[in-house]
Design a protein around this ligand. Structure first.
Ligand code: ADP
Length: 635
């Protein structure tokens, strides 16, 4: 009951709306399924490999075509959404001067591709383009074709079909030769190296047709009818102001096949003129450069065309402008070799293979050397600074030493005052006595003039003696800066002996001096200071002896030579030095005397060391002390 009611309650308008909705949903589902199926189909298509037939003109390794082919394949493989099966064949007949029949090769290709044509046919170079155009109907009636790496003039435009696309280049011989003349304005002759294949003969004729406007400026030589060995000979003895132009050399006039690259190397090795060429594949070793066809540009444009066609576009719709020369490029090494100034190059050109300058090449090594030099310079200036500081300190210490030594001499002379007074008194006393005697004699009636003369001579001698005592005293007391000069040590020491001789005898002591007469002891030193050394040692010896009551009283100064040193030995017959004191005897303020200062020996050692010498003290076997001074001999 209720069911009937409910059915009756359904309105026809609701039914229609429901059906409409249902319809929309079904349509949408269908659409989605369709898209999934299309995507699956596309995936299937993508997985399906595309068969690409590449037909070479002269061979797979023949420059310049081999480089173009490499770039085309690299572009295709990189950008193709499908796996690619690239099959390559070579049209060998192009290499013959008199090509044989093409029939067998056509037959061969047909047997491979009949019933199973490639997805695309790509011809590389002029001869291959001609071949595929000639045999399209028999070989690949339906397959799309791309004629690439072919000069405009080699395309048979009339036979192009809907299924053909062309990626061509344009050789502008006049522009290429003009570039030679711009780079080397003195050029008088351009020699064109070209082979003898059908293609090369064609091009030679084309060049001859094109160069009309240039013939006034430069003369041309053609090597098209020479075997390559002959060309090499000619290239090695070209007259000045000649440039070589590398056209092509696949087959020479003797029928010898050349793969391009090694032939060019051979030419470059012997040629006495620069080589130009508009094929980029020869750039980088043998040629100067100039405007050239760009390999990457052609590779990329050919791959564009092929991929568009494989993607379903109609080949005839794929229109690509003939490719002209790229921006001129030059090899820096060749520019250097032929003395070509960069200012001659066209504006905007690129110069490649520039050898890095020495500092660019060895950047880090040079940086290291610079760093080492800097560090060394720093060290040296530091050392110089230190040396200067040390010199100043040395000078200062010498001045101090001189001052100290001067004070020390004053005190030494103070000790000698009594003896000096005695020394002066003697001549002065004699002078007085002699003067009085002379006065008395003169008072007499007949003075003995001869005697008076002798008395006056005595007075003069005594005066000289007194003057000598004062001179020596002044010289010892002289306040002089430390000054090194060449001196003869025996004489220097002998003066001291003369000075203290009387002092010694005043103290009842014998002062003896021994120096081998035939021995010269030349040293570099300050004579006043060295005299002070000897004076101090003698005074100390006299002091030591004064303690002795009995026995021999003698101070001996002996000079000699040991190896390359002058030696002064001051020995005495005093009590000697206590063994414990031998080490400290030269220390400042070491003294055993009640009134002593303890500076005498310290000053002596400082003076000796300032003269690069040594001093030592010891006790003699028979008693008494012995001081030995050693000073380096000059020279
Ligand atoms: P000073 O004479 O003022 O004592 P020195 O430095 O000249 O200072 O001498 C230091 C000490 O060395 C002396 O006090 C003495 O004990 C000892 N001496 C120096 N020369 C002799 C010598 N010839 N014999 C024994 N002792 C000596």
């Amino acid at each position: 009951m209720s069911g009937r009611n409910s059915i009756a309650s359904i309105k026809p308008r609701d039914v229609a709306a429901t059906l409409l909705w249902l319809g929309v949903v079904l349509w949408w589902l269908n659409l989605q399924l369709g898209q999934v199926a299309a995507a699956e189909q596309r995936d299937v298509d993508r997985r399906e490999p595309k068969r690409v037939l590449l037909l070479h003109s002269f061979g797979r390794d023949f420059l310049p075509w081999s480089e173009y082919a490499r770039s085309i394949k690299a572009n295709l493989e990189q950008r193709s959404p499908w796996p690619l099966d690239i099959q390559e064949h070579t049209l060998l007949t192009a290499r013959f001067i008199a090509p044989g029949p093409e029939g067998p090769f056509v037959e061969y290709l047909r047997s491979i591709y009949e019933g199973h044509p490639p997805d695309i046919v790509m011809s590389i170079g002029g001869p291959a383009a001609g071949f595929v155009q000639r045999h399209r109907a028999e070989l690949f009636p339906k397959a799309p074709m791309v004629l690439t790496t072919v000069e405009e003039r080699l395309i048979d435009r009339a036979s192009l079909t809907e299924r053909d696309a062309v990626v061509s280049v344009r050789h502008d011989f006049v522009a290429a030769f003009r570039n030679v003349l711009q780079v080397l304005p003195d050029t008088r002759t351009i020699a064109l190296v070209i082979g003898a294949s059908k293609l090369e003969r064609f091009w030679l004729e084309e060049v001859k047709k094109d160069i009309g406007p240039l013939e006034e400026r430069v003369s041309f030589v053609w090597y098209g009818d020479l075997p390559f060995d002959e060309i090499l000979k000619k290239a090695s003895v070209l007259p000045p102001h000649t440039a070589l132009f590398w056209g092509l050399m696949s087959v020479d006039a003797a029928g010898v096949v050349h793969d391009g690259e090694s032939a060019l190397h051979r030419l470059r090795a012997v040629a006495n003129a620069p080589i130009f060429c508009f094929e980029e594949s020869f750039f980088g070793r043998d040629i100067v450069g100039g405007p050239m066809h760009s390999i990457p540009e052609l590779g990329q444009k050919t791959a564009d065309a092929a991929l568009r066609i494989l993607g379903g576009e109609k080949p005839a719709d794929v229109k690509i402008e003939p490719i002209a020369y790229a921006v001129p490029k030059y090899d820096w090494r060749e520019l250097q070799r032929w003395g070509i100034s960069e200012s001659n190059l066209p504006q905007g050109s690129e110069v490649l293979f520039r050898e890095p300058r020495i500092w660019e090449k060895y950047r880090w090594q040079l940086a290291l050397i610079a760093a080492v030099i800097l560090v060394q310079a720093g060290l040296i200036s530091g050392l110089l600074h230190e040396r200067r500081g040390r010199r100043l300190a040395e000078v200062e210490s010498r001045q101090r030493l001189a001052e100290l030594a001067h004070v020390n001499r004053y005190s030494a002379v103070g000790e000698l005052t009594a003896s000096i007074a005695h020394e002066l008194n003697q001549p002065l006393g004699s002078i007085l006595t002699n003067a009085e005697t002379a006065e008395l004699m003169l008072k007499g009636s007949s003075p003995d003039l001869q005697e008076i003369r002798e008395i006056l001579a005595d007075i003069r001698r005594d005066d000289q003696r007194a003057s000598e005592v004062i001179r020596r005293l002044r010289s010892v007391l002289k306040k002089a800066p430390f000054e090194i000069r060449d001196i003869e040590l025996k004489e220097t020491v002998r003066e001291v002996i003369g000075f203290v001789g009387d002092v010694a005898s005043g103290r009842n002591t014998v002062l003896s001096f021994h120096a081998p007469p035939d021995l010269e002891l030349n040293v570099k030193g300050d004579p006043i200071q060295l005299q002070q050394v000897v004076l101090n040692l003698i005074l100390n010896a006299l002091d030591a002896i004064s303690e002795v009551q009995r026995g021999k009283r003698e101070v001996s100064v002996i000079m000699g030579r040991s190896a390359n040193h002058a030696e002064i030995r001051v020995g005495d017959t005093g009590p000697g030095i206590a063994v414990a004191d031998l080490k400290t005897i030269f220390d400042p303020f070491f003294t055993t005397k009640p009134e002593g200062m303890g500076m005498g020996l310290a000053i002596v050692r400082t003076i000796v060391e300032a003269h690069h010498g040594t001093i030592s003290a010891e006790n003699q076997p028979f008693g008494g002390a012995l001081f030995t001074v050693r000073l380096p001999l000059a020279g």
